[in-house]
Design a protein around this ligand. Sequence first.
Ligand code: SAM
Length: 269
Amino acid sequence: MSQSGFQLSGNAAAIYEDQKVPAMFGPLADATLNVVTLFNDDIVLDVACGTGIVARKVRDKIDSASRIAGVDLNEGMIATARLITEDFDPPIRWEVADATKTPFKDGEFTVVFCQQGIQFFPDDQVAVVEMRRVLRKGGRVAITVWAGVSPFFRALADAIERHVDADAAEQSLAPFSYNGAERLPSILAAAGFRDVKVETITVNRVIADPSTSIPKEIMGNPVGPTVDAKGIAVMNAIVDEVRLDCLRFERGNELVVPQEAHPVTAVAV
Ligand SMILES: C[S@@+](CC[C@H](N)C(=O)[O-])C[C@H]1O[C@@H](n2cnc3c(N)ncnc32)[C@H](O)[C@@H]1O
């Protein structure tokens, strides 16, 4: 698990929503929802919801009167999720809390999602026990994690190592540091889940207009402020080197970078 966690500051949650959600986390949420059957009466929790893309996609997919909640440790993420959904009726319930200790009742939900969050938790086993606690018997969990480092982030980490340092490069790779396909089956079984399935999906990260989007990708990553502090010349050099390294993914004025992920699903006993 990452020691550095995934915490964004300043207006990074807004940048995350504008850049990373359309480029990656929205398409990834669609792909995850394709492997989970949802019903109109489901009561759904999005753990480590960020700006709430999974919760919002669930609302689009099932009855919009359904009960949906999202929880995240980061106040900026939750503030952005609240702002985006302020007109929703009924509202999505947003809470700021650690995934290992949420404010929800036992058995309150029928489905729990956790998309690209578990690798940042202080204790993944405690977090999975907490997911089981808030699920009723027969409820489903879907935990989505990356399957290896994306080639785009490998190129980015290499450039950051050249222009900043090895610690910053390692921090930029934190999202890919968790081997969920190996860890999660036994953790889920021990927490009271059965029928554990590890699937593999490929989602394209589409980086439109790379010269303006790559800096946003960097600023929507926890390593952003460290790179930014090095000044504009360093930022520009990193962007140029990432583009060069990713030439094979160029399609017109976009980079289209395939990235594998594992949705890991299970049923609460
Ligand atoms: C890569 S983002 C994913 C957000 C969202 N699930 C999505 O798909 O866009 C990781 C999220 O995990 C959250 N997070 C990190 N540690 C956490 C913890 N201990 N408890 C709850 N959320 C946490 C971060 O604040 C961040 O919003």
